[in-house]
Design a protein around this ligand. Sequence first.
Ligand code: NAD
Length: 485
Amino acid sequence: MGGEAGDDPNFEKDLEELRETFNSGKTRDASWRRSQLKAMQLLLKETEDEIFHALKQDLGKPRCEAYRDEIGTVTKSVQYALGNLKYWMSAKKVNLPLIAFPATAELIPEPLGLVYIISSWNFPFGLSLEPIIGAIAAGNVVVLKPSELAPTCSAVLASVIDKYLDNKAIKVFQGGVSVGQQLLQHKWDKIFFTGSAQVGRLVMAAAANHLTPVTLELGGKCPAVVDSISGSWDRESTFKRILGGKFASCAGQVCIGVDYILVEKRYLSTLVSRLQIWIRKMFGDNPKECLARIINKHHFIRLKNLLSDPLVKASIRHGGSLDEANLFIEPTILVDPPLHSAIMTEEIFGPLLPIITLDKIEDSVKFINSRPKPLTIYAFTNNEKLKKMLIAGTSSGGITFNDTLVQHAADTIPFGGVGGSGFGRYHGKFSFDTFSHEKAILRRGFLTDFWFRFPPWDDKKLQLFRDAYRYDYIGIALTFLGLKK
Ligand code: NAD
């Protein structure tokens, strides 16, 4: 296992060893990839309690949340990768243009080599192990640098990965900014980064020096458009799902959490009163029992400062109490805080939920488009016209209608941003593709040779090129026979 890279004299040696492992060809074998995925399954099963404990220690995550969002989703993803590995690794036949006739072609996925995965603290296991699944399924060797802000989780990741996975091919380097910076100086074959846009820029700049491809999984402000839904079942589901997607996952410290709500003015009082009722039902009198806490004092103060503007403070409609000693913030709802205030211009990443009122719900398209492209847009509506408007009229990593967060558990749809919310994508086959290069293989024999492909040039050859690229078989025949001018 690599340790603190900065202090570890074996750091360079570790990277060398990883390169040697890759060059030996061992990680390309389907049997190695399968064995590592199976080892990951075992890791998740046998160290579940250690993982629960670490997540409780660093983030106060309740066990249900920890299982739903990390252990469970990753277990599902490994299972999916094992079930599909053979197909993912197989060569895919493709068609060729007439000009290449007779020939065949295929795309063969090959591993990129040494990949560097940098993860964030809010889902320390999920955001580390999910990309590792893709990287090993694709046959790479891996360095993981988990976030120093979740130190217990980081230490557990280092020890269990060393114990269960092939430690000549997968290593964890623990540490903070200086370790991250040192590692970025090296030449990698791929960097997969999850974190802030600010650090994402540094990652990209460092990668540019070596022309290393990067995937940036960033954040931003994900809006939830709430239409005035008729039907009490649909309405109540909306309220529960919004609260689930805001407070009941890492206390809102989630890149795809609901950042703010957009709603028509006339629907505001119903929305606020029902959200308050559901907050009491879900989180009871002692919300500390079933909500995660803020990761550290720095982030607690950051969130506290978001509320310090007097106009923002005046907009609080529910909650607002902060317990600094326990790093706990009560689920808090605000109505129409100033749009230029930090709470509406910065990613909130915590249990504060602003509601912005609009004259017409259709204005949400313009509102969303006036801001950086979000990772996800949520919309609660049965109005097909509004759904179409949002799909065609906005740009985001994805749109989820009538629910929150579930898209993250899907292996069949890509997870990733666009514009300010990042680029590149993963989950399921998309992870495999992210860590692979699709090598283009074209095979021809020597049987036929089209003389018109070679000089000396004349008008007849030019016409044959025109016909061939148009797949105009009759034209080719006529030109060939000199019957076409
Ligand atoms: P961060 O950018 O501060 O840190 C991310 C990682 O980069 C950590 O491992 C950290 O040690 C490392 N790092 C920090 N500074 C570095 C430097 N100068 N050089 C090299 N490495 C450095 O982000 P964070 O606080 O961990 O996460 C919060 C952000 O991440 C939010 O914006 C959130 O939306 C986003 N996020 C996105 C996703 C996603 O899947 N899209 C998931 C979780 C978090």
